[in-house]
Design a protein around this ligand. Structure first.
Ligand code: BGC
Length: 745
């Protein structure tokens, strides 16, 4: 049945021209509303065609690009598959779309999905890194660019944003989220949804977003991926669910169910979550897709005896589309015929799928996203690369910088570049780098060489591998470092060491990298470490060894150049941590907004909530991050000192640049409800401002805290405020000691 793409394109154009008053699916194009068109189509569909729409299959990869399994191709032809993922490029999606539109009875266009997580071909920093920019406009722009590139390659739908709050860095997927804080997570979720979807989904450069993984996937016990989640209803409501609700409010078009169970009910079969909460309380009207084979996994979960029961439970719980499991395809027809699954539920699911296709404009022109000319023009274009470089610089967090080791001074005559990741290319992209091409990435070593020019001798030695025990490279590394004007260590994880199915129990730098860093640092040269990694690491040894550490995360396509921009002071690091860095794995879970306990630590007192062998405090707290200047805070005012319920309070602080360079500070405002009907966290982020100050410049910064900021889930199960004292903390991290207070009458 091989047929060249060109033949398909011509055939399809003929079809479209011939039936010019008809859109795809043979429906009248103009006049009738999307809703009417969906209903008309639904009325003409057989049960098998409906189930086909509820089925999503993947394409696989060959050397030359994506290919469709012959069996799946047959399914597309026979109308048994309504959506495809991992198929991309304008010409390949055009080829598959032509089959769907020309060869199926109703000509319903396919929906093309893909994991466009942090960029499409131009790769941005991993989502955790991007969140550290605390720059919502930049985060939105990054998602916008990802959508522009993906849409030009035929894609309609991204499986992003991942909005799972994660408090356990053992969990590799912490790299895909926005960190540990729910409030910030909500703001970032909204920015990403807006970036992907824009204001108008029918524009050919916007794509549908997908809030995933619903829900509480980040709560996996012991940080082991896919593991059981058992959290209280309060933690679910207050910590894990709000970013999903923020996505609904931002108009997200799709949701993905999580692999995990919550307190005994796997999310893919969780009626309470998918129907009562999502469609009921939150009034979500979009499409719910499963995660990859997560219906099938209801069997090993012990929630269904066989696949038929698994499918039935999933569809009745509210799932509309089966990702890759083929369960709906194989079992749903019989269940509808026997009355075990009401046809009305099937119609509801199909309606949500067709509505999305209609809103994407696919019934008007199924090929509007397959545009080779646009693809050539926008993909990995210079403007997108410049944006990627800018946000990479903002995402990197300067964890320590004793003696102003960074930036390296001008005029270095020699620089040793040491470490297993100095020449890395694909690792700079990080996990889930979509269609990003490691071959196009400039390594840190190459970027250094280009930056310093011929006047500076760059001495490179790998030193060791990322993991493993080999030390045979130490000698060359020490030789390179000895006598060098400065040393840049490039350490961390390979990109595959975080992300899905990449949990770790040991969060130190892998292998012998700490030993290498210690040996090099002992030479006493000005030494800075740059880290590539996808999660907080326990950096206690490195912190003790080297004077400067720049957390670069996995910074994306332009990451090598962005790192070099910062290391040589062409730009200043702008990131602040959105996740706590523990001293030791034994402290996990460790997050800034914990409860106080009845026995908080007081000095050295024994019978308090503490460890014998480690302080309670993190190595680097949430919100922390240095730059090449310093800031001082004073004059904190809370006005008025007492408010009535429903009224706002204004918090003002003065921030001054006390250093010698222009710099950006992220001014953070935290709140504590001192006593309430349920205990409240010791601090909760309620606002932030990113400001830029010239040396010596000072500026007042204001936060308005409204009733919503003071509200919580009260003992009686309602959201609201309670009278009493509130403390306010403002500063450059969650550990700030500058505090004020007010009373709610
Ligand atoms: C992941 C999802 C992803 C899906 C499709 C799954 O394994 O959990 O996040 O969207 O695969 O690639």
């Amino acid at each position: 049945m091989a047929c060249s793409t060109r033949t398909m394109v011509v055939a399809c154009l003929v079809l479209l021209v011939a039936g010019s008053s008809l859109g795809a699916a043979g429906l009248p194009a103009g006049g009738s509303s999307a809703e009417d068109r969906v209903e008309e189509l639904l009325a003409r569909m057989t049960l098998d065609e409906k189930i086909g729409q509820m089925t999503l299959f993947t394409s696989t990869w060959a050397q030359t690009g994506p290919v469709m399994d012959a069996g799946y191709l047959d399914h597309i032809r026979s109308g048994k598959c309504g959506a495809v993922f991992n198929a991309l490029t304008a010409s390949y999606t055009r080829y598959l779309q032509t089959i769907a539109v020309r060869e199926t009875r109703l000509g319903i266009p396919l929906l093309f999905g893909y994991d466009v997580i942090h960029g499409h071909r131009t790769i941005f920093p991993i989502p955790l890194a991007e969140s550290c920019s605390w720059d919502l406009a930049a985060i939105e722009r990054a998602a916008r660019i990802a959508a522009i590139e993906a849409a030009a390659e035929g894609l309609h739908w991204t499986f992003a944003p991942m909005v799972d709050i994660a408090r356990d860095p053992r969990w590799g997927r912490i790299s895909e989220g926005a960190g540990e804080d729910t409030w910030l997570g909500c703001r970032i979720a909204e920015a990403r949804v807006k970036g992907f979807q824009g204001d108008d989904l029918s524009r050919p450069d916007t794509i549908a977003a997908c809030a995933k993984h619903f829900a509480a996937y980040g709560g996996a016990q012991a940080g082991r991926d896919y593991h059981t989640v058992d959290v209280s209803d309060r933690t679910l409501e207050e910590v894990y669910l709000p970013p999903f609700q923020a996505c609904v409010r931002a108009g997200v078009r799709t949701f993905m169910t999580a692999f995990n169970e919550i307190a005994g009910i796997p999310c893919t079969g969780h009626r309470g979550l998918l129907t009562s909460l999502l469609r009921g309380r939150w009034a979500f009207t979009g499409l719910v897709v499963t995660d990859y084979t997560s219906i099938n996994e209801l069997v090993p979960h012990g929630f269904a005896a066989d696949l038929a029961e698994a499918g039935q439970k999933a569809v009745l719980a509210g799932v509309d589309m089966d990702m890759q499991g083929g369960v709906f395809m194989n079992h749903l027809r019989r269940q509808v015929e026997s009355g075990d699954v009401p046809l009305a539920r099937i119609d509801e699911a199909v309606r949500s799928i067709l509505r999305l296709k209609a809103d994407l404009g696919l019934f008007d022109d199924p090929f509007r996203y397959c545009d080779e000319a646009r693809e050539k023009r926008v993909v990995f274009c210079a403007r997108h690369q410049a944006e990627a470089r800018a946000i990479a610089r903002k995402s990197m967090v300067l964890l320590k910088n004793d003696g102003a080791t960074l930036p390296f001074p001008p005029g270095l005559r020699s620089l040793a570049v040491i470490g297993p990741l100095a020449e890395a290319q694909v690792d700079l992209l990080g996990n889930w780098h979509g269609a990003g091409d490691g071959g196009k990435v400039v390594s840190i070593l190459q970027a250094v060489r280009e930056r310093v020019g011929p006047g500076c001798e760059v001495r490179y030695a790998k030193g060791c591998e990322v993991d493993g025990k080999g030390r045979s490279g130490f000698r060359a590394a020490l030789e390179a470092a000895r006598g060098a004007d400065a040393v840049l260590l490039v350490l961390g994880e390979r990109e595959t060491m975080s992300g899905e199915a990449a949990s770790r129990t040991d969060l130190d730098l892998p292998g012998v990298q700490n030993d290498l860093a210690e040996a090099v640092a002992r030479l006493g040269r000005p030494t800075a470490a740059v880290l590539l990694n996808g999660r907080p690491l326990t950096l206690t040894r490195l912190d003790a060894a080297v004077p400067a550490i720049l957390e670069a995360w996995f910074p994306g396509s332009l990451g090598g150049r962005a790192i070099v921009d910062l290391v040589f002071g062409d730009a200043a690091p702008g990131g602040r941590l959105t996740v706590t860095f523990p001293r030791s794995v034994g402290q996990i879970p460790l997050y800034y907004n914990m409860k106080n306990t009845g026995r908080p630590v007081v000095g050295e007192e024994k019978y308090t909530s503490r460890y014998l062998d480690c302080p309670n405090t993190p190595l680097y707290p949430f919100g922390h991050g240095l730059t090449y200047t310093t800031f001082a805070y004073d004059s904190l005012h809370v006005d008025p000192p007492a408010i009535d319920a429903g009224k706002p309070v204004t918090v003002t602080v003065n921030v001054r640049n006390t250093g010698k360079r222009t710099g950006e500070e992220v001014v953070q405002c935290y709140l504590r409800d001192v006593a309430a009907s349920v205990t409240r966290p010791v601090r909760e982020l309620k606002g932030f401002r990113r400001i830029r100050l010239e040396p010596g410049e000072s500026r007042p910064v204001e936060f308005l805290l409204g009733p919503g900021d003071l509200a919580f889930l009260r003992e009686d199960g309602t959201w609201g405020t309670e009278p009493g004292e509130f403390k306010v903390f403002v500063g450059g991290s969650s550990a700030t000691t500058l505090e004020g207070s007010f009373t709610l009458r």
